[in-house]
Design a protein around this ligand. Sequence first.
Ligand SMILES: [Cu+2]
Length: 546
Amino acid sequence: MNEGEFVYAIYTAVTHSKLTENVVLPPLYEVTPHLFTNSEVIQEAYKAKMTQTPTKIQSHFTGSKSNPEQRVAYFGEDIGMNIHHVTWHLEFPFWWNDEIEDHHIERKGENFFWVHHQLTVRYDAERLSNYLDPVDELHWDDLIHEGFAPHTMYKYGGYFPSRPDNVHFEDVDGVARVRDMLIVESRIRDAIAHGYITAKDGSTISIRDSHGIDHLGDVIESSLYSPNPEYYGALHNTAHMVLGRQGDPHGKFNLPPGVLEHFETATRDPAFFRLHKYMDNIFREHKDSLTPYTKTDLEFPGISIDSVSLSSRLETSFEDFEYSLINAVDDTADIADVPISTIVHRLTHKDFTAEAVITNNEGEEVMATVRVFAWPKYDNNHVEFSFNDGRWNAIELDRFWVKLAPGANTITRSSKDSSVTVPDIPSFKTLMDKTEAALSSGSELHLEEFASGLGLPNRFLISKGKTEGMDFNLVLFVSDGAKDAAIEGLHENLAYIHYGGAGGKYPDNRPHGYPLDRRVDDERIITGLTNFKSMEVKVYHHEHCP
Ligand SMILES: [Cu+2]
């Protein structure tokens, strides 16, 4: 059987089956290392195996210093970020069919928008910290400005194809014509302008409300949840293939699919972010068509945020991380394994704690949802972002619930507990060792912390700073938990899984990004609220761990 298919099938089955709830699978970079590291490293690994020499190989990011895009390769090529992207697509498969599966995946379309929107705005923040312009969107009738040489290989099937700079889009045989992409895009933009989608039977589905984004996400991805794929096509999936095959659009050279066609490798190509900026701007067109929130929508009577503070300076740096390449090389019973691993540079940050003092004048205990975001204060020209542009670029840092007793409440929250992030998945060896130990001693195996891998790596919580400090606006918004709750016993359910998860009801009724998801015509409506607070923070970067 095709190994890649097997791995995909088993990971998806374990993610969704009730029988394997809470089963922790090893990190994919140790299972299919070819998709996570460079071909040079893989060749070194083969050499180590053939010569039976234990080896630690230093990995380097793709590209040379002559390519400005290389400055942010640490983001697109980060193994944890790649796992985040794969895990999301495993939890929300585009081919999911409710008629044959045992559960419905809630808010799948909206989640598709949100997870990729967050990657898009996070990537732009990383670019600003590296003195690069924000990503421009892809245009079907313009050149693809950035080329890409993946330096990555399939286990079987050769190297991932390269693409030179400034190539024109060509039709891709058997996939789509460039013209089809423009037609589908204009049908989607028409739906946004009309405020409704036309379903297969000709009926209309309104999208001019909070749930519109969910339908639109289903249409754009497109998933089987799309109300009319015959008409609206599959913009995202087809675009990935059309862009991924520009190195061999007519199959003349029999090249394998490009990096953009695998969830593991897609973000390595800077064009991934151009493609997603293009789709993100379509989503923005829709969000901008909604009526802005009013003061009455957003206020939380009796609640005021008195102060917000951080325990320490926000600091980022790079660390070294080692993982096993033992599965990168072939194996036979007759030849002994030797330890082979690689060391990668990864972005990380110093842990910190945030503290907020929130006063409740209601005279009784209330439930509240705390929503935390940050956005870069300045654009690439050092012009301060308007509130409306800044809020669209907001990075979600945390979302959690608290009970507020009457009077002043001091809420402290550690960066380690952020619900948008997850810890590193234990290595294959750690999982095996812990399992063996539990079996031989008859004790329980506790891996609850790793049961859901859905989220960004905690290392990525805050984006890279600058040596002299990079300015961000940090904002805190507290909303009425009783109105937000989509489930009973909100506060007892501490495992707030940010992006939802297989089969479960999503706990928060509000749209992702609330209350910054809609256009803000007059920022005083938000900044004047007592349940909103903003502060300026700086993020400092050290090339090496301090
Ligand atoms: Cu994706």
